[in-house]
Design a protein around this ligand. Structure first.
Ligand code: UDH
Length: 288
């Protein structure tokens, strides 16, 4: 009897081969606009069928080349998040990634801290799955070409190289803001990101410097593939430019060993698994 049971229960699908590189279903340049309203329910209706709870996906017909956690630092940008989900999920599916979307929501009204939220996202995503690659993305950036693959490379990758707000160019040569990706070992080699950049500015330059000080360089797509459209917005409350941040950059080489993933302290207040994303609210001990 037990043999029969085993036979019946055995999976009928054949073993999957690796996904081809580059992915065969990419279309290249994309039409993206933000001048329409949509509800989360509508996005769920259009997008969520192939997803597993928490915004997880695996290509059904091949083994993905990487397991990618997408980390979004967040507070009070639900309108942007809907657009991001609406555009990114189909792109990430065409890119045939084994991925999950983690929205890391800063609890309370204290000063915002983008890099510390991304550190918390790294830790929390790893509690959910054995990810090997981490993509860190602002919630208001949508790629204009699906050949810009949300995966990791031989060096830390800067993906958002040609944003519309900077006239589709890098604003300066060492810019590392917006969207980036690092393998787990690349991230650990730089002790993760700084936790001490409160308010707007500087943390992306600190991360750039960490990478260079650890002997790595920056991988980038070309400026056609790396085009992005940003959702226009005003400066948020509680994220004012912090005049102390630029000065901190002079000390990165010395401080990076003490300030990073090895000194990260936060608590999880709540985790909610939506169909389209995992929403994790964290207390990062922000100054008022
Ligand atoms: N973020 C939030 N909530 C906040 C602040 C920041 O979710 O209150 C996240 C979000 O993912 C955002 C990212 O952090 O995309 C970066 O923050 P930002 O959008 O404020 O930074 P950016 O440099 O804009 O894109 C700066 C202010 C632009 C004012 C322009 C006025 N014309």
């Amino acid at each position: 009897v037990s043999q029969e049971m085993t036979h019946i229960a055995a999976p009928t699908n054949k073993t999957l081969g690796p996904c081809t590189d580059p992915p065969p279903k990419l279309v290249g340049p994309l039409q993206v606009e933000f001048n329409f309203k949509l509800t989360l329910e509508e996005v769920r209706k259009v997008i969520s069928r192939p997803l597993r709870e928490g915004g997880r996906y695996k290509p059904p017909d091949c083994i993905a080349i990487q397991k990618v956690a997408i980390i979004i630092p967040f507070r009070n940008r639900h309108e942007h998040l809907k657009h991001w989900l609406y555009y990114l999920h189909p792109i990430l599916m065409r890119q045939q990634l084994d991925y999950g979307v983690y929205v890391i929501n800063q609890d309370g009204d204290g000063v915002f801290n983008r890099a510390k939220l991304m550190n918390a996202g790294y830790v929390e995503a790893l509690k959910q799955y054995d990810y090997d690659c981490f993509v860190f993305s602002d919630v208001d950036l949508v790629p204009l070409d699906d050949r810009n693959i949300y995966k990791c490379f031989d060096n830390p990758r800067h993906l958002a190289v040609a944003m519309d707000k900077f006239n589709f160019r890098l604003p300066y040569k060492t810019y590392f803001g917006g969207v980036s990706s690092l393998f787990k070992d690349q991230y650990l080699k730089i002790n993760g990101f700084p936790n001490t950049y409160w308010g707007w500015g500087g943390e992306d330059d600190d991360i750039y410097r960490r990478i260079v000080f650890r002997g790595m360089s920056i991988s980038r797509p070309d400026s056609e593939t790396g085009k992005y459209k940003m959702i226009k917005h005003n400066r948020d409350l509680h994220n004012e430019a912090n005049p102390k941040n630029p000065d901190k950059l002079r000390h990165t080489q010395r401080t990076m060993d003490e300030d990073g993933i090895n000194s990260l302290k936060y608590t999880v207040k709540q985790t909610v698994k939506d169909a389209l994303y995992t929403f994790i609210t964290v207390d990062i001990q922000a100054p008022a």
